[in-house]
Design a protein. Structure first.
Length: 178
């Protein structure tokens, strides 16, 4: 398995770099062969913007299958998710320490992707019919939660043809009259 660990220096004894996009190095390690490649991220460190998304693309090009770092920003997380690279945040210590923990079957599963799905307390989880627990039970009146992509026509006075792609994140409210 090919993994990446952010590092402050080009060494297995280096401390984990808490930043993903602006990490000084990406230590790319083949966990089966022990081969280590250090990617110098000087371009990302000095980038005006887009450091995280660029870093995620670099890891994807290497064929990395998991990332261990301090913190991943929202735009970089989106690119990592699209590339199907799971990432583990709040990792501290040294690169070698992470490798040792992995060999021993460790490293807590604090993947941002799975935390979002399991973070709600049990009492706030939706019932089988989709209604949040504790919400009034009304036939045919379920609360709506939309996350569709809006494809606006953009018929303003400008010359552009519109085709806006807003990320609609509506919170519809079901009606219940008793």
């Amino acid at each position: 398995m090919l993994i990446a660990i952010t590092a402050l220096e080009n060494s297995l004894q280096s401390e984990i770099d808490p930043r993903f996009g602006r990490a000084a190095y990406y230590m790319i390690i083949n966990t089966e062969t022990g081969e280590v490649t250090a990617h110098n991220n000087s371009d990302g460190v000095g980038a005006a913007n887009g450091a995280g998304t660029g870093a995620a693309q670099i890891l994807s090009e290497y064929g990395v299958e998991a990332l261990y770092t301090g913190s991943v920003g929202p735009k970089a997380a989106e690119v990592l998710n699209q590339a199907k690279i799971p990432y583990y945040e709040n990792i501290t210590g040294t690169v070698q320490g992470v490798l040792d923990q992995l060999k021993a079957g460790g490293i807590p599963q604090n993947n941002a992707q799975s935390e979002q799905n399991n973070s709600a307390p049990i009492e706030n989880q939706p019932a089988a019919n989709g209604t949040p627990a504790g919400a009034p039970q009304c036939p045919g009146a379920l609360p709506g939660v939309g996350q569709g992509m809006g494809f606006g026509a953009g018929r303003g006075m400008g010359r552009g043809m519109g085709a806006g792609r807003g990320a609609g994140r509506g919170q519809g409210r079901g009606m219940c009259r008793r």
